[in-house]
Design a protein around this ligand. Structure first.
Ligand SMILES: [Cu+2]
Length: 232
């Protein structure tokens, strides 16, 4: 459910106001607060209308924050795909993939450096990207390009416990939620989007949960998933 169609002040700005309030109370008394607040609002609003940003919190069925959830916003008018996307890494250390969850824009190259002394054999059978990096150590000579949107489940042929997830999305506005279940999507423009969230406990074949979003300046949204969150 959305609670943030309307522009809101950013957390940093509110912190800033709070800090200044404390200083003002010390220095000049509470009477000086109102003009200060108004002047801060006056300077903040034009900037917010020029560029928008969205803070999203993902909650589970019990209302608990969901860390490691993928959140992305697809613009109603799709953006042109960039010619070149920055390479991303998913490393193997202590027989574990890191990070557990990665989200990238379609066409992103991902490198799989092995920092263990044992060899790994990285593979995926997922339709969005079927590939294997046969038993290797060190850093592979070239990355794997994730060229199709969807969920990719990674495994290792040698170590059955090793698992990781790559969500490949058709938008540059994406992120993974932190410990508090929150992620901030930056650099967006005002307008219409479809806001989506996916969590690895949903399974690779379950579609992302989506809701419409009309973004105007600084906004907040919440998405509820029918899952049980695994705390970090
Ligand atoms: Cu392995």
């Amino acid at each position: 459910m959305l609670f943030g169609h309307i522009p809101t002040l950013s957390a940093t700005l509110l912190n800033d106001i709070e800090m200044r309030q404390k200083n003002m109370i010390g220095a000049a008394g509470a009477g000086a607060l109102l003009p200060l607040l108004l002047s801060l609002l006056g300077t903040a609003l034009p900037a917010a209308s020029a560029q928008a940003a969205l803070a999203v919190q993902v909650l589970d069925a019990a209302g608990q924050p969901v860390p490691n959830a993928v959140v992305y916003a697809e613009p109603a008018t799709p953006l042109p795909t960039p010619a070149k996307l920055r390479q991303v890494e998913i490393e193997q250390k202590n027989k574990t993939f890191f990070p557990l969850v990665t989200v990238v824009q379609t066409g992103t190259p991902i490198l799989f450096p092995n920092h263990d002394t044992v060899r790994h054999h990285v593979y995926s059978f997922s339709p969005a990207k079927t590939f294997e990096l046969k038993l290797y150590s060190g850093v592979p000579g070239s990355p794997v390009v994730f060229d199709k949107a969807g969920t990719v489940v990674l495994g290792c042929n040698i170590h059955d416990d090793m698992v990781a997830f790559v969500e490949v999305v058709n938008t540059p506005y994406f992120g993974v939620t932190d410990r508090s279940g929150t992620v901030r999507l930056e650099g967006m423009g005002n307008g219409k989007y479809t806001l989506k969230a996916w969590y690895f406990r949903m399974g690779p074949n379950e579609a992302a949960v989506e809701q419409p979003l009309q973004l105007q300046g600084e906004a907040r949204a919440a998405i509820k998933l029918n899952v049980k969150a695994v705390p970090l």
